[in-house]
Every structure is written in structure tokens, then in C-alpha cells.
Write a new protein. Structure first.
Ligand code: MN
Length: 455
């Protein structure tokens, strides 16, 4: 059995502190143990960065410094091209270098921002060049995302949604054998903070003879986690499950906005289309798999009648540590709550650990037919729902009661109710990892506000 210990190094030490003192605040999502990728725009140019406490660090400028070069030179097998890739402003150029390069970058950053390392700490000129106040930065997508696939990996989500349509047979027979997904739309992926216009489309009431075209009335969010592909695979080749982790750059939060009334009318026979592709919001920070090592857990056990994975999706190491205990939450605030000075209200909380399929199984299945995954592609988990009623990761599930019964709206502080999203509502996703003996790390926020569309 593979254990934690062999995957951990000095960058995970809970006792590390940084000379960026805001990183030492126990409440920050971004202690020196995290070191996620992000990007900001300056004078129309995208620059790759990391975030430490309240500071955004320009990785392109830092990588050009002798101090960073000295760190890389200490690596046993220095990866060529790291500094150029970091300076390119395109995270796909870093992704293609693979996990080894990522670990070298992580070790260099962990060393340079350690409280006891003087190189930057005592070099005011270099520090002023590479360190920026996060509040003053405009964060942007880290790269042009070529392809986006959304899976359906939560058996609890699939069971609840299935029960709405097939009370006696909620799970379709293929579910427990094959990771189900659909190809999403990369062009409409937007970064947290971007407003989302209510989509229009065809909907048909159950008792109507014909559909109408107009604004979506049943707008929903889906609380998901996304994985960015690191190194890809050539078309015609596949990715063995034991190697899948080496092809993942890192994870982010994803809100797969969903127009349920459009979806209901259009989804048969080919699956989601315009109900999903009008917007997908992602968090600005990509937390690397290396940062997440302390929070790996066994895959969800397959008890009862659940079948073992087919051999190409079955791997001891993946079953032992292919899950991630990433605790995710969905929050909402409405225009009325904001004007009353009320904070957001939590709608649900769950953990990625409850997913039926691991990220490695999703990635391996995706490439198993010879489909080429490309550096920087995004693969999302599907709605993260868990076994508990408060772990339902979308309003479609949260407001579901029983077959034939009307939906039960969610009551918000201040007395408003919601069955689906109204114009002006803001949905905020959050994610964080905690484990005994390790520093808590977080994903930042993934938020978007619904704006109206004319009929
Ligand atoms: Mn989804």
C-alpha cells in the first residue's frame, strides 16, 4: 500500500512560516504550504502568478531572478524551460512540462518565501517588482482553455436526480460501470466575479402543446471541482490509471450554471447542450496536486451491490489514496440580503471524497478510447453531492421533496425563499482542506451574479 509519507516533502511542513506575514494568519486560504497558480492582467498583458497570504507574486519576473535560478539549479534533474514557461503568461506552457517541473517550482517558492530566507525578504527592489497587493490585481484565466468536459461522478447526485424522473429505478444500469460525462464548451468559461446573464431558450410546460422561446425560469448552479490537465496524451494513445495523477496540474472550483427548464426539454437523446454552455465560472486559483497530497483519502468504498471497477479503471494506489477530502460549500446572497447588510447564507456543504469515481478514473476513462487530452484542458467532477441532505450541491436537488410533491423552497435569512435563482442573486462557492498535523489550505472563492435578460 502506498502511504502519505512518500508523497510529502518539506513544503508540506505545518511549521513553515513566511516573511509575508499575512500568509501566517490561520484563517488564510493561502499559507506558504498552498502556492496555487493564478494570473493577473497588467497593461493588457497576462502574467502568471502565485498567491501567498494577501500577496500576488509575479512568477515571470521572479523566475528571471538569480535567486530563483539558484533554487532550480539545486534540483537533481533541473527541468529546462521553466523560467521561459513562467514568463510566457500561459499556464498551458507550464502544464506541458509535467509534475516534475511543478514540484521544482513549488520547492523554489517554498524556499524563497520562507521566513528565514533572505534573498527576497531583504531585497526591497526585487520584492517591489514581484510582489503585489492582491486587492489591487485584476485576476484573469491562466490560459486559453482548449477543451472542457464535465462528468457526473457523484452517485448521490445521480441517485437523487434519477429519482425525480424514475422513482423506482433512480440509477441507470450503466452508472456504476462507466464514468458518465459530456463535452462542455470552453469558450464560455469565465473567471470568478464575472456576471452571468440569464440565458434564453426553448422550454415546454408539461401541459403545453408547443415550446416557447424566452428567458430561463429555472436557473441553477452546480457545485463542482475541476482538474486541469498537465501533460497530455497523443491521439490514439491512452493514460494508464497508475499514471493519471502525473497528468493533472491542479484543481479549482467550478460552477456549472444550469438552465433546468431548457435542459428538461433538450436533453434527450444527446445530453446537455444549451442548458449548460452559456457560462461556466471557475475560481482564479489552481491548487496543485502537490499541495493537496496531505488531503488524499481512499476512494469511496464500493459496498453492497456496487461492482468493482473494470481492470483499466482499477488500481490499488488509486483505491487507497485516489480521493481528495476537499470540503466544498455553496453560499448565496440576494439583492435584499445585500442591502440589509446581511452576509451570504450557506446552501450546502460536501466533500469531493464522496464521489463514486476518482479524478484518476475520470481522466483515464476519458483517454481510454484514444481521445487526446491537451495541456490546460479542464475536466470537472459533476455536482458534488454527498449522502447527507445538506450535501446536495444544486437547487434542483436541494428543493426536491418527493415524486409528485411540489418543490420545497429554501428559506433565506430575512425570510425570502428560493426554488431557483433570481436576477441579482450571487452564488459563492468555497473550498478548503484540513487534516490533523497539516496547515489548512483553501481555494478562494468562485462567485458569479445573475443579471437579467430581456424577454
Ligand atoms: Mn455539471
Amino acid at each position: 500500500m502506498t502511504t502519505h509519507a512518500s508523497h510529502l516533502d518539506q513544503t508540506h511542513d505545518a511549521l513553515l512560516s513566511s516573511w509575508i506575514t499575512s500568509a501566517n494568519d490561520p484563517a488564510t486560504d493561502f499559507p506558504i504550504q498552498n502556492l496555487p497558480y493564478c494570473a493577473f492582467e497588467e497593461k493588457g498583458v497576462r502574467r502568471l502568478a502565485t498567491r501567498i497570504g494577501d500577496t500576488i507574486v509575479d512568477l515571470g519576473l521572479l523566475a528571471a531572478s538569480p535567486a530563483f535560478a539558484a533554487c532550480l539549479a539545486k534540483e537533481k534533474a533541473p527541468e529546462p524551460g521553466i523560467a521561459l514557461a513562467l514568463a510566457s503568461g500561459d499556464l498551458a506552457r507550464v502544464a506541458v512540462l509535467g509534475r516534475g517541473a511543478g514540484r521544482a517550482i513549488r520547492r523554489a517558492l517554498s524556499h524563497l518565501f520562507n521566513a528565514s530566507t533572505p534573498d527576497l525578504r531583504d531585497d526591497a527592489a526585487l520584492r517591489a517588482k514581484v510582489c503585489k497587493d492582491a486587492a489591487s490585481c485584476t485576476l484573469v484565466l491562466t490560459h486559453r482553455i482548449g477543451d472542457y468536459t464535465d462528468f457526473y461522478a457523484s452517485i448521490d447526485h445521480a441517485s437523487t436526480v434519477g429519482a425525480m424522473f424514475r422513482p423506482d429505478n433512480p440509477l441507470l444500469p450503466n452508472y456504476t460501470w462507466v464514468p458518465i460525462g459530456y463535452h462542455g464548451r470552453a469558450s464560455s468559461i469565465v473567471i470568478s466575479g464575472t456576471s452571468v446573464r440569464r440565458p434564453r431558450g426553448q422550454t415546454k410546460a408539461d401541459d403545453a402543446n408547443a415550446p416557447v422561446f424566452g428567458p430561463c425560469k429555472l436557473l441553477d448552479y452546480e457545485l463542482e471541482v475541476g482538474a486541469f490537465i498537465g501533460r497530455g496524451n497523443a491521439r490514439g494513445s491512452s493514460i494508464p490509471i497508475g499514471e493519471a495523477g502525473e497528468h493533472i496540474l491542479g484543481l479549482c472550483l467550478v460552477n456549472d450554471w444550469s438552465a433546468r427548464d431548457l435542459q428538461k426539454w433538450e436533453y434527450q437523446p444527446l445530453g446537455p447542450f444549451l442548458a449548460k454552455n452559456f457560462a461556466t465560472t471557475i475560481s482564479p486559483y489552481i491548487v496543485t496536486l502537490d499541495a493537496l497530497e496531505p488531503f488524499r483519502v481512499p476512494a469511496r468504498p464500493r459496498t453492497g451491490d456496487l461492482p468493482a471497477p473494470l481492470p483499466y479503471l482499477d488500481d490499488d494506489a488509486d483505491q487507497n489514496r485516489g480521493g481528495f477530502d476537499i470540503r466544498v460549500e455553496a453560499w448565496i446572497d440576494t439583492p435584499a440580503m445585500r442591502s440589509a447588510g446581511q452576509g451570504p447564507a450557506r446552501l450546502s456543504r460536501g466533500s469531493l471524497r464522496h464521489m463514486y469515481w476518482t479524478l484518476a478514473q475520470m481522466l483515464t476513462h476519458h483517454a481510454s478510447n484514444g481521445c487526446n487530452l491537451e495541456p490546460g484542458d479542464l475536466i470537472a467532477s459533476g455536482t458534488v453531492s454527498g449522502p447527507e441532505p445538506d450535501a446536495r450541491g444544486c437547487l434542483l436537488e436541494l428543493t426536491w421533496d418527493a415524486p409528485g410533491k411540489p418543490r420545497k423552497p429554501v428559506t433565506l435569512p430575512g425570510g425570502e425563499t428560493r426554488t431557483f435563482l433570481q436576477d441579482g442573486d450571487r452564488v459563492i462557492l468555497r473550498g478548503a482542506c484540513e487534516a490533523e498535523g497539516f496547515r489548512r489550505i483553501g481555494f478562494g472563492a468562485c462567485e458569479g451574479t445573475i443579471t437579467p435578460v430581456e424577454g
